[in-house]
Ligand binder design. Structure first.
Ligand code: NDP
Length: 327
């Protein structure tokens, strides 16, 4: 059986994770990684991987079945997805939730015109969490959806901590509030703000001689980032930061509590606990590359989201095997 041929656009956290995820499949292979940087000077962890400049990607139209788009959501993907969808089937992880409708529209236009299949906003949120929000809502109409994120390292909040005077280095974790989760699991369907659902925990390396009390105060009172939250600040050494906080964990919960029939309480819960957010996210992208390939073979062109893709399409197993072993 010939393998599905993949390309990767962008060598960041997701791009690196995608290289590893492809290695764990039997039915897919990596053709090349495309980057905006000088390929000669890009130091790859795996020296066997072929790297090319992004401007050469169009030469690979006949050699790549699906492009995994691993650029950032803020500025890369709004340009890169429509551009690549004009030539290739694509999968991306666009996660600016508020802009998904306009992103879908621009990608759909290009993909439909060029007979390609572009699966957008794939990952865990948006992605697997979205699927579970929809499932729970359809099955228990009389209820309430809750999404909790964490324990997770937040890049934006870590940057904010590092900008505080006297801070040498630091990270911030978003942690779901146990009380709030228990409250939701009990089926009370409470009204909770984002701040009530999450706590913030910071690990800070202070500069020598810096006033720790002043740092803690400035972090805890920072508007928009920490002031509205229950925030904890811990001071640690540079060595401890490197040893204990250099991974990128994440995860969270989608919970729906509701009632059916004669008022029976029903709780739907889906959770993820991830050691590495980018490695997991790129593993989801790789699985959905199968779907992009298969949908395109069936002439299902245009932009798709995870809602449009049946689970069997992402599996390496045959429909017979799935019916026998997984139903
Ligand atoms: P990175 O910042 O690591 O990489 C983004 C791009 O920046 C790369 O494609 C690369 O492009 C460029 N880049 C990376 N490192 C460097 C560097 N050292 N110097 C110069 N350029 C660099 O982002 P991530 O891979 O961590 O995440 C990508 C996106 O994935 C995020 O923006 C986020 O929106 C999304 N995401 C979605 C999730 C979901 O569940 N849907 C979950 C997690 C993330 P190039 O090689 O062309 O220079």
């Amino acid at each position: 059986m010939s393998k599905i041929k993949l390309g990767i656009v962008g060598y960041g956290n997701l791009g690196k994770g995608a290289i590893e995820a492809i290695k764990q499949t039997q039915d897919m292979e990596l053709v090349a990684v495309f980057t905006r940087r000088d390929p000669q000077h890009l130091h790859l962890d795996d020296q066997n991987v072929k790297v090319a400049h992004i401007s050469e990607a169009s030469d690979y139209k006949n050699d790549i079945d699906v492009m995994l788009l691993c650029g950032g959501s803020a500025t890369d993907l709004p340009e890169q997805t429509p551009y690549f969808a004009s030539m290739f089937n694509t999968v991306d992880s666009f996660d600016t939730h508020a802009k998904i409708p306009e992103f879908y529209k621009s990608v759909n236009e290009v993909a439909t015109k060029n007979n390609t299949t572009a699966i957008i906003s794939v990952g865990w949120d948006p992605g697997l969490f979205s699927i579970n929000r929809v499932m729970a809502d359809a099955i228990i109409p009389n209820g309430e959806n809750y999404t909790f994120w964490g324990k997770g390292l937040s890049q934006g909040h870590s940057d904010a901590v590092r900008r505080v005077t006297g801070v040498k280095n630091g990270v911030q974790y978003t942690i779901p509030s146990e009380d709030a989760i228990e409250n939701v699991r009990s089926g009370e369907n409470p009204e909770l703000s984002t701040a009530e659902k999450h706590n913030r925990v910071c690990y800070v390396v202070a500069e020598e001689g810096a006033d720790q009390a002043a740092i803690e105060h400035e972090i805890k009172t920072m508007p928009n980032y920490f002031a509205e939250y229950n925030t904890e600040v811990n001071f640690i050494s540079e060595e401890e930061l490197k040893r204990d906080h250099s991974k990128a964990p994440h995860g969270g919960f989608v919970i729906r509590g509701g009632n059916t029939g004669a008022g029976h309480k029903q709780i739907y819960e889906f959770s993820l606990k991830l050691d590495s957010n980018p490695e997991f996210t790129s593993s989801v992208l790789v699985a959905y590359a199968r779907a992009a390939y298969r949908l395109n073979n069936e002439k299902q062109f245009g932009a798709k989201t995870v809602y449009d893709v049946a689970p069997g399409y992402i599996s390496p197993r045959s429909p017979e095997e799935l019916r026998r072993d997984y139903l």
